[in-house]
Design a protein. Sequence first.
Length: 302
Amino acid sequence: MHLSKLPKPIIALACATVLFGTATPLLKILVDGMAPLLLIALLAIGSGAGVLCWRAVSGPRFTTGQPCAGRREKYLLAGTVVVGGFVAPVVQCFALTVTPAATASLLLNFEIVATVLLAFLVFHEPKDKKTGLALILIFAGSILLGWNGENLLGFSLGALGIIISGFFWGIDNNCMAHISAYPPGLIALCKVLFGGSVAAVLVIALGEPLPGADLIVLALLTGFFSYGLGLILFIVALRDMGAARAGAIYAAAPFIGCIASLFVFSDPLGSQFWLAVPLFVAGALIVIREQWSQKYPIKPGT
């Protein structure tokens, strides 16, 4: 299939997947050099600039023709603003301080499990048995990768934090997928303003020191591209495809982050990591194949 024939939501989601995937190793570099809350505030500034640039380029045609917002839409917006704008990124950043970047990237596959399960159980999107098998494989990979047997739960604190952040991202994805009364730019801007404001207040209250200028610039650029432009592209795709199908293709993001992390860092990777990789790959491929074929069936001869 030629690129020009691909549906626009697929192209938008592919771009968002690359931007989100490469963000994980960058976040690891950043969180090792500054306080997580300060990082959240800087990412919010950068992503806000990205959203405003999108608005300047897109113009009013992306904000007109929206239906009136009902109570359900307002609750969904509040959910994505609070959970996706502050809770999920803060949990992820704190967990990254004690988790290797490649391991964290793979564990973020748990976001797929949370996204698809919530889409099936709460928002009643179409489901099938093969997707259920894929979720079991990804969940098993998460258990294997996070297990260390050193405490009561058997999970390392960092791995547990990444898994919990994946659950919060799943809530965020489903909330965004079912909001139609607000334009993507407004949703993204509300998220970064809320998350950045709360983080900035906490940074000032705690007296967190500023890092070097190079890390500040890197944080702003990461926010601009991954959490500004990437977030808007992801919302555009979610609206057309639904959380389950968009989450299926988004499954590539953790692997992009994992590959990038292996090139950037020299963290030792044990046998658990390599045993978990096939489980994640198999689960992600099953979800992608099933959800893609349901939404965009391949016709004979194409």
